[in-house]
Design a protein around this ligand. Structure first.
Ligand code: AMP
Length: 225
């Protein structure tokens, strides 16, 4: 599926709560790829108080999409870092057709192309419960869920034993509704965009985390060859 001389570029598509972040982290560990989450990059910009962060803060709190210019600039910067040369999994980018076209240009400039755009297929009705129960270890970024993936010892990270768990400000019922709306209006059309380019793969993402990870791993192995 890909030119063996270029590092793989994989995209995870899916609505908020589909498990993009969880699965991207697992793929990162398994295949030595770098997870690039524009949500994480934007949250870091908000926390650092950069101009981009200041512009993005209220938009993110409302569950709307941050402007293409800001997101493309942030992603383009990160994509140029040396570690990305080993291959990347894009989590939460692109989210609009303008972003998808910008990504094609960015990759074209470095002689790379997309190996697979994997759509995580889920039912909207389950996403609110998935999102409202999730939290993250502030120390290492490992994600957890009250019902689906609790830590082995309450309030203690399985990975780094940290005890500082955080919940995202935009993981509440009203914001989730806006985020799902933004997904269907602006991001879901990318499924057709990548299908037309013959790189689309779909995975049923309603089941167990490990089962979904195994299906993704099969696709990624195929994309490596
Ligand atoms: P996420 O962590 O991917 O759920 O993203 C959290 C929020 O960051 C989204 O609801 C958007 O407000 C913003 N965001 C993240 N990635 C993008 C993107 N590619 N385009 C526009 N906004 C984004």
């Amino acid at each position: 599926m890909r030119d063996a001389t270029t590092p793989p570029v994989l995209i995870l598509l899916g609505p908020p709560g589909a498990g993009k972040g969880t699965q991207a982290r697992m793929l990162e560990e398994k295949f030595g790829l770098v997870q690039l989450s524009t949500g994480d990059l934007l949250r870091a910009a908000v926390a650092a108080g950069t101009d981009a962060g200041k512009a993005a803060k209220a938009v993110m709190e409302a569950g709307d999409l941050v402007s293409d210019d800001i997101v493309i600039a942030i992603l383009g910067d990160r994509l140029g870092d040396a570690d990305c040369a080993q291959g990347v999994i894009l989590d939460g980018f692109p989210r609009t057709t303008v972003q998808a076209e910008a990504l094609d240009d960015l990759l074209g400039n470095s002689g790379q192309k997309i190996n697979a755009a994997i759509s995580l297929e889920v039912e909207d009705t389950a996403m609110v419960a998935r999102i409202s129960g999730r939290f993250t270890c502030a120390g290492c970024g490992e994600g957890y869920h009250d019902s689906f993936k609790p830590p082995q010892v309450a309030d203690t990270c399985d990975k780094c034993q940290g005890q500082d768990m955080t919940r995202r400000a935009d993981d509440n019922a009203e914001t989730v509704a806006s985020r799902l709306e933004a997904y269907h209006a602006q991001t879901a059309p990318l499924i057709t965009y990548y299908d037309a380019r013959d790189v689309l793969e779909t995975v049923d993402a309603m089941g167990a985390i490990d089962e979904i990870a195994a299906n993704l791993a099969t696709i990624v192995r195929g994309a490596h060859n």
